[in-house]
Each structure stands twice: as C-alpha cells, then as structure tokens.
Design a protein around this ligand. Structure first.
Ligand code: AMP
Length: 217
C-alpha cells in the first residue's frame, strides 16, 4: 500500500459499527480485504488502492476525523454528542447500530419519588455531557460520576443511584436487576467527514457519501 495525497482514509471501530458499515462500503464498491477479528493490523487495505480503513476506539473516531487523521468515519450519535462535533460535516444518519440512551436504576429504587422530591441524584455514566444536559433540562440536581465501562455495577455497589447508558435489547439491565426508567434519546451511527477533506478530495468523497445515502434509504 502506498499513500498519496489522494488516499481516502475511513475511521471505523471494531464490532457492530465495522460489521454494519461493510454492506454500505460494498454499495460504494469498496471491499475491505482483511478481517479485523483475525488480524492485529490497524490499517486495513481495500480493493480500491486509494481507499484504506483505520481501526480506532469508538470514542476516538470523531477526533481522528476532526484533525484529519481520517477523512471520514462512522460514529454513534452518543459519541458524536460527547465529542461536540467541531470540524465535522455530518451528512448522513446511517441508521445502523441502533439503540437508545436511557436512565436505569435498581428495581428497588423509587426514581419517580427521588425526582419529584428534588433530591440530589448520583448518576454514573460514560456520557457525562448527555446526562448533564438531560437532567438540567428536567431541573433535576445531579452529581455526575464519570465511568469508562461496566456502568451497571454502579447502582449495585452503592456508587450511584442511577446510570445513563446505551440499551439495545435490555438484557444487560435485566441480568443485573436494573430497570430502565427514562429514555433520553434514540441513537444510531452517523457518517462524519472532515470539512477540509470534503473540499479538497470532493471527487473521491462525494461518490462514497452518495452510495451510502442510497444504501441507507
Ligand atoms: P443490551 O443488553 O442489548 O441492552 O445491550 C446493552 C449493552 O451493550 C450496554 O453495555 C451498552 O453499553 C452496549 N450497547 C448496546 N447498544 C450499543 C451500541 N449501539 N453501541 C455501543 N454499545 C452498545
């Protein structure tokens, strides 16, 4: 692989986003030539010599695209909101990796009563921006505790009264005796494009955006 100024770099995270982006890439005539589950490579070639995929942590996708480490990327709306979206053109809701952002508590915690009484809620989450805005809009006072994973543990150990987390089937909450008490927003993955790259590499990037758009409608 040789990288010229014309190289198009797409940032993806492994797992659901990678898997669900493959059919969209195929619609754009792009086949990724290596399986990230079988290879340790972080840069994956495609059947188009000028297009490559870089594998980054989900929360790093907007940062890579913002600063031009990648020309475009696929990221969850949750991650995009937490990042803030600076320097990113957001042309498409890809409607993949769909789930919801919700508030959950222990089954024996009276959330409605706590909110009604104006108590100070302790909320553990990875999504502090979304949680802060949601509770501020409701006029609920919260102490936010930032976590990086296993949020379900927080109410079970007394670290927090509630969590704000992504819910898909609800099985993880159920397995940990937690209940979903409020849905904050629906989440899906978005295509993000570096604004400068969109201008400078229009001829290569536009067809990819157009193919993704046709494949998602
Ligand atoms: P589930 O048990 O299907 O409700 O999935 C919940 C778990 O999967 C939680 O730990 C979530 O953080 C994670 N999760 C669910 N959907 C997504 C998604 N679209 N992207 C990233 N993580 C997710």
């Amino acid at each position: 692989m040789t990288f010229t100024p014309d190289t198009i770099t797409l940032a993806l995270s492994k797992g659901r986003i990678f898997d669900e982006t493959l059919p969209l890439l195929r619609a754009a005539g792009i086949e990724v030539l290596e399986d990230p589950e079988k290879s340790r490579k972080l840069i994956l070639p495609t059947n188009q010599p000028q297009v490559r995929v870089v594998l980054v942590r989900a929360s790093d996708v907007p940062t890579y695209v913002q600063y031009g480490g990648a020309d475009l990327g696929v990221t969850g709306l949750d991650t995009l909101i937490e990042h803030g979206g600076a320097g990113l053109y957001q042309p498409l809701d890809l409607r993949i990796a769909r789930c919801r952002m919700s508030v959950a508590v222990r089954a024996d915690f009276d959330y409605a009563q706590a909110v009604r009484q104006g108590s100070r809620l302790k909320v553990a989450t990875k999504y502090v921006g979304i949680a802060r805005d949601f509770f501020a809009a409701k006029g609920v006072h919260v102490d936010l505790i930032k976590l990086y994973g296993s949020m379900e543990l927080a109410p079970l150990t007394g670290l927090a009264d509630a969590i704000v987390d992504l819910v898909s089937t609800g099985n993880t909450l159920k397995a940990n005796q937690l209940v979903e008490v409020e849905r904050i927003m629906d989440i899906s993955s978005r295509l993000v494009v570096n604004q400068a790259a969109l201008k400078l590499k229009q001829d290569a990037i536009r067809p990819i955006i157009d193919a993704f758009a046709s494949a998602t409608t």
